[in-house]
Design a protein around this ligand. Structure first.
Ligand SMILES: [Mg+2]
Length: 260
């Protein structure tokens, strides 16, 4: 969960100013948490307050938590349709296939004890807003990758799993020049997975993710979620990220990581 937030924070300054290079200062002074971190915290908070054998209860709690966090942290780069959903206090899904479902999903992989449970929770967490099949697929692919990494599986196993959802038949070097801003799951989740697969460590995964451009905070968030489960997060990066995470997000992060 912290890995996702660090990716979001590091990538936050590059979402609208793409930086197609791996060399940059990891924590730019203007870095901040964005919607990715805030909604990840909402998922974690809903998991903490739900009976996980009751997916309908989890979904109800998640809707309430997303609204609560959205109010506490307004204007942090929410997608226009999600912003409208928040402002209107909607409790209904709107068929989104954007990467919001995948950027917020990583906590489910930490609470799940089996892959089956992980995929069911990922689907439930997506479909309260992103009930398009592509929105659900993005959440499941990302959560399953985090789950396998957490279980100590090898990268080949993680790659094979994600290939049930997406073709990973490309390299970052091969797409970097042409890759453009794409907030769909199908246009950003596989890129985030490859950023992790090509990486030599946690920090390298984040740098890989930023280096292709596009929706940088979210791609780095997703790559960071998998990389943290696979490699762990170096202490110095953990410490440097600390001051960027505040308020209720900090509170939930601390409670969640104490348990999982
Ligand atoms: Mg964002």
């Amino acid at each position: 969960m912290l890995g996702a937030m660090i990716g979001d924070i590091v990538g936050s300054v590059y979402e609208w100013n793409n930086w197609k290079d791996k060399r940059f200062k990891l924590f730019h002074p203007q870095c901040r948490m964005t919607d990715d971190s805030v909604m990840t915290a909402a998922v974690a908070s809903a998991l903490l307050s739900s009976d996980l054998t009751d997916l309908e209860m989890f979904k109800e709690n998640l809707v309430a938590e997303m609204h609560r966090f959205g109010k506490a942290y307004p204007g942090l780069g929410y997608g226009p349709r999600f912003e409208k959903w928040l402002v209107q206090g909607s409790t209904k899904p709107y068929g989104s296939l954007a990467n919001g479902s995948a950027m917020r999903v990583s906590p489910v992989a930490w609470v799940a004890e089996t892959m089956e449970e992980c995929l069911a929770l990922a689907k439930a967490s997506a479909e309260v807003t992103h009930d398009h099949p592509d929105g659900i697929a993005g959440a499941q692919a990302l959560a399953g990758a985090v789950f396998l990494a957490k279980m100590g599986e090898r990268k080949e196993v993680i790659r094979d799993f994600v290939e049930n959802y997406y073709s990973l038949d490309f390299t970052l070097d091969g797409i970097r020049e042409e890759y453009q801003f794409d907030v769909s799951c199908a246009g950003s989740v596989p890129q985030a997975i490859v950023a992790f697969l090509e990486a030599t460590g946690f920090e390298d995964a984040i740098r890989n993710a930023v280096s292709i451009g596009g929706d940088s905070d979210t791609i780095a968030c997703m790559a960071g979620a998998v990389a943290a489960a696979f490699y762990g997060i170096p202490k110095d990066i953990r410490e440097e990220a600390g001051p960027f995470i505040d308020g209720e997000v900090r509170n939930v992060l601390d409670r969640f990581t104490r348990l999982y």
